[in-house]
Design a protein around this ligand. Structure first.
Ligand code: PHB
Length: 394
């Protein structure tokens, strides 16, 4: 006769066996906390961008009562300092040390490449809430890698078309020398030259340097019809101020993707007034969805939201869509991915879908700075999809 204790052990073993025999989908929803690894810049040039992304992410989770796909969230944070040299170590802190279920990051295109590589190797789900590097939704694309933001090409290409339509013929570009700057200039050049313009000189300096003086002097002597620039965060603040201080603002129109003036207008003040930029977000969209988001964000953080906050918010929404389809089980990769691939994501920017390479297909707005707002002017490019060159989903 087995003892009562043995009886209980045998019964437990039998239950386990029975559970193992059930198809996964018939099992109970995943339980316990879902570990979210936020790898973002919390210091340096892009510190404000990282904070806005985290704020947006947390706002969406809070709106769901602190749970996504039925799971409570536990956050793990790493400051990546926008430093590509530390990126592999940093992402491994989250994957190996903290054993996170999902990675959310980052801002800098040179750092995200290491994240995508680690996500591919470990199979960890990665949602990119900013960095526009083409590799993420190009050669490094994968079924477990998604972007809630943009590709560097998208706003840049749209701005190239806008500048050409304005009749500008000769443009000079100026940017930080790294993947984001190079790809942004490439996108602008493509749109601008298709429309009959010519990029006559490409100027750059290493990230995160902000000694612009010699380059501004060169722009003055080249006398182009227009200048196109990619700078963001603290570098964007300084560039816009230096451009005006050099006396160039009144003689040579300055264009850029909206990172030039998003989240920066308080600091840029009058020097940004009138600037035209292109981006997948704008102030004054005045849709019920965006108005509700902005109200909630201001209430939670006593700050105006910007494009980075929207991208963080949408990264959490995307996680929610995937988890709703898998009853909270992030391990069900195929179902998670399938749900996102057919989703219409109800973003404050306007609803968007994901392309075959998992990049947002979205409207790009033309905006103009007026009274410290990036006011909507028009839709520069409707439902613009990144070409996703080099992506084969395996
Ligand atoms: C990038 O490195 O991809 C990047 C950084 C900051 C931005 C936009 C893109 O605002």
């Amino acid at each position: 006769m087995p003892t009562p204790r043995r009886h209980a052990a045998a019964a437990a073993a039998a239950t386990l066996l029975a559970l193992a025999a059930l198809p996964l989908s018939a099992q109970a929803p995943a339980a316990g906390k879902l570990k979210v690894g936020l790898m973002l810049p919390y210091s340096g040039t892009y510190a404000a961008l990282g904070t806005a992304i985290e704020n947006g992410f947390r706002l969406y989770v809070a709106e769901q009562g602190g749970k996504v796909g039925g799971r409570e969230i536990e956050y793990f944070r790493v400051d990546d300092e926008s430093d590509p040299a530390k990126a592999t170590d940093n992402v491994n802190k989250l994957i190996k040390r903290d054993a996170v279920d999902v990675l959310v990051g980052t801002v800098h295109s040179g750092v995200v490449a290491a994240m995508a590589k680690a996500a591919k190797e470990s199979g960890t789900t990665l949602i990119v809430p900013n960095a526009g590097a083409s590799v993420v939704t190009g050669p490094m694309c994968g079924p477990n890698i998604f972007r809630s933001s943009f590709s560097n090409w998208q706003p840049a290409y749209a701005m190239g078309e806008v500048a050409a339509k304005k009749g500008h013929k000769r443009a000079v570009t100026i940017t930080h020398k790294y993947a984001a700057g190079d790809e942004s200039v490439g996108g602008f050049k493509e749109g601008f030259e298709k429309g009959g313009g010519k990029v006559v000189k490409e100027l750059n300096l290493p990230f995160p340097q902000v000694e612009f003086q010699a380059l501004l002097t060169e722009i003055a002597s080249l006398k182009p019809d227009a200048v196109y620039t990619f700078f963001a965060g603290a570098a964007a603040v300084k560039f816009v101020k230096d451009y005006a201080a050099a006396g160039l603002k009144k003689s040579i129109p300055l264009y850029g993707p909206g990172f030039l003036t998003d989240g920066t207008l308080e600091a840029q003040g009058a020097d940004a007034e009138g600037l035209l930029t292109t981006l997948h977000y704008a102030d004054g969209l005045n849709t019920p969805r965006d108005n509700a988001f902005r109200l909630a964000y201001v209430k939670a953080y006593k700050l105006q939201p910007d494009v980075y906050a929207v991208q963080g918010y949408d990264a959490a929404q995307m996680l929610g869509i995937g988890l709703a389809a898998t009853k909270g089980d992030i391990g069900k990769k195929a179902e998670f991915s399938a749900a996102l691939r057919k989703a219409k994501i109800d973003s404050p920017r306007g609803a968007f879908t994901l392309s075959a390479s998992h990049n947002p297909v979205q409207d790009i707005y033309l905006r103009q700075v007026s009274n410290k707002e990036n006011k909507l002017v028009s839709v520069a490019s409707k439902a613009l999809a990144d070409p996703g060159k080099g992506c084969s989903m395996k």
